[in-house]
Design a protein around this ligand. Structure first.
Ligand SMILES: *Cc1c(COP(=O)(O)O)cnc(C)c1O
Length: 402
C-alpha cells in the first residue's frame, strides 16, 4: 500500500485580496507611483501605509522602505554604526542580517544560540564585554523570541543599542508587547514569504525622533520629509538634513497600496498560522526522536514556519530523512548541509566576515529542520505533512554516526 503523499506547494502564498488589487489599480490609473508624486491635499499610499502600520504596531514613527534588509541597514547607519563598529547578532539568522552589518562597513560578532533557537544570553553577555560592541542586531529568527526582559536588562547594563529584526515576528509579542517595540527600532519585511506580501518591501519603526529623521533622509526623502506624516516634526530634521546621505531605498505607492489592506488581516492571519503550526507541532512532538523548541508562556508567536530537531542524528542520516520526505512531497530545509541550497543561514557561508567559532550553534544547526507553512495550507494539509514526516522518520535511521 502506498504511503501518504503531499502535493501542495510550500511556496504558494494566498492571492492579493480584491481590495488590495483595487487600490493598486487606482495607483496605476493615477500614474503617481512615486511616493512624493502627489497632488495638493493628497496623501500618498506610502505615507498612509506608514501611518496605518505605526498605529497597528504601537510605534510613534514608521518609515516604508524597499526591503527588510534595507530597513536593517538604514537602522544601523541611522543609529551611528559605521566602518570599524562591532555589531553583535545571533549566529542563526538569514543572510540579509550579516549582509546589513557588512553593508555599513561594520564587523559582525556572532553569538551562540540555545536549543530553543534563540540567542544565548550568557554568551551575549560574555561577547558584549569581550568585543566592545555598541549595537545588537537581534534577529528573531524563525519567529522565536528570547527572554526579552533579560535581554533588555543586559543591553542596558552593557550600553548596547538594540535593533530588532522582526522579519518573522510581525504580530508576535513578549508579555503582550509587540516584537519590534523593545529596542531602538524594529525592522520588518514585506517580501512575499513574510507576514504581509508586496513582493518586496520593508518597514522600520521607532519612537526616537532623531533616529527616525536620519533614517528618513537615508531612505531617500529628497528633502520632502514633510510628506512623512508618520515621521517626526521639522525640528528633528534641522540638525541632520544636510549631514545625512541619500541611499535611495524608498517604497513606492504601488507596494504600499497592496500592503495597506493587509494590516487589518494580520491578527486573524496570526490565528490561522498558529492553528496550522500547533497541529503539526503536536503531531511531530509525539515522536520520541523529534524535539520541538520550547515556547515560553510569555511568547505570543506567529507560526508561519515550524522548526524541529532530531538530536544526535548524523549528517548522512539527516540527508536521507530529508530526501525521503521530499520524495513524498514535503520540502524540509536542513541547516546542516555543507552547501547552502536556496537559503543561507549558516555562518560558514558568510565568507565576507572573519570566521568565528560557534560550536554550540553548529551542533544545533546540524540536527535542525525547518518548514514553511503558507496560509494556502489547511489542517488536512498539515495532517498529511505530519504523516509523511512520521513515515519518513520510521523509514530512516535517526541515530548518530557509529
Ligand atoms: C527575509 C528576512 C529578512 C529581510 O528580508 P528582505 O528580503 O531583505 O526583505 C531579514 N531577516 C530575516 C531573518 C529574514 O528571513
Amino acid at each position: 500500500m502506498p504511503g501518504p503523499r503531499f502535493t501542495s506547494s510550500f511556496t504558494q502564498q494566498e492571492p492579493i485580496s480584491e481590495d488590495g488589487v483595487a487600490a493598486a489599480l487606482a495607483v496605476m490609473r493615477s500614474g503617481r507611483l512615486h511616493r512624493y508624486n502627489t497632488v495638493p491635499g493628497e496623501m500618498a499610499e506610502a505615507a498612509a501605509l506608514e501611518r496605518d502600520y505605526a498605529e497597528w504596531q504601537g510605534a510613534r514613527y514608521c518609515l516604508a522602505v524597499a526591503s527588510g534588509g534595507q530597513a536593517m541597514q538604514i537602522a544601523l547607519r541611522a543609529s551611528g554604526v559605521g566602518p570599524g563598529s562591532v555589531v553583535l547578532s545571533n549566529a542563526f539568522t538569514l543572510a540579509p542580517v550579516p549582509g546589513a552589518i557588512a553593508g555599513v562597513g561594520a564587523r559582525a560578532a556572532l553569538v551562540e544560540i540555545t536549543p530553543d533557537l534563540v540567542i544565548d544570553l550568557d554568551d551575549l553577555q560574555d561577547k558584549a564585554q569581550a568585543c566592545g560592541a555598541t549595537h545588537l542586531l537581534l534577529s528573531h529568527m524563525r519567529g522565536h523570541l528570547c527572554d526579552m526582559d533579560r535581554l533588555m536588562e543586559i543591553a542596558a547594563a552593557r550600553n548596547l543599542t538594540v535593533i530588532e529584526d522582526c522579519a518573522h515576528t510581525m504580530g508576535a509579542t513578549w508579555s503582550g508587547r509587540r516584537s519590534g517595540n523593545f529596542g531602538l527600532a524594529g525592522c520588518f519585511s514585506t517580501q512575499t514569504y513574510k507576514h504581509m506580501n508586496a513582493g518586496e518591501g520593508g518597514l522600520l519603526t521607532s519612537n526616537d525622533a532623531d533616529f527616525m529623521a536620519r533614517a528618513t533622509i537615508l531612505s531617500g526623502s529628497y528633502m520632502l520629509h514633510d510628506r512623512h506624516g508618520a515621521g517626526p516634526g521639522p525640528d528633528a530634521y534641522a540638525a541632520v538634513r544636510l549631514e545625512t546621505p541619500n541611499l535611495s531605498a524608498r517604497m513606492d505607492n504601488l507596494r504600499a497600496a497592496l500592503l495597506r489592506p493587509q494590516i487589518a488581516r494580520l491578527d486573524g492571519n496570526v490565528r490561522r498560522w498558529n492553528r496550522l503550526h500547533d497541529h503539526l507541532a503536536a503531531r511531530l512532538a509525539a515522536h520520541p526522536a523529534i524535539r520541538l523548541p520550547r515556547r515560553p508562556s510569555q511568547e505570543g508567536y506567529v507560526g508561519s514556519s515550524i522548526q524541529f530537531l532530531i538530536p544526535g542524528i548524523s549528517d548522512r542520516n539527516a540527508a536521507g530523512f530529508v530526501s525521503r520526505a521530499a520524495a513524498d512531497g514535503v520540502e524540509l530545509k536542513w541547516f546542516g548541509a555543507p552547501e547552502p541550497a536556496g537559503f543561507t543561514s549558516t555562518h560558514h557561508s558568510w565568507r565576507y566576515m572573519p570566521a568565528q567559532a560557534l560550536p554550540r550553534t553548529d551542533a544545533l544547526l546540524a540536527v535542525l529542520f525547518d518548514m514553511r507553512l503558507p496560509l494556502t495550507f489547511d489542517i488536512d494539509d498539515c495532517e498529511v505533512i505530519a504523516e509523511v514526516l512520521l513515515a519518513a522518520a520510521d523509514r530512516s535511521d535517526l541515530a548518530g554516526a557509529a
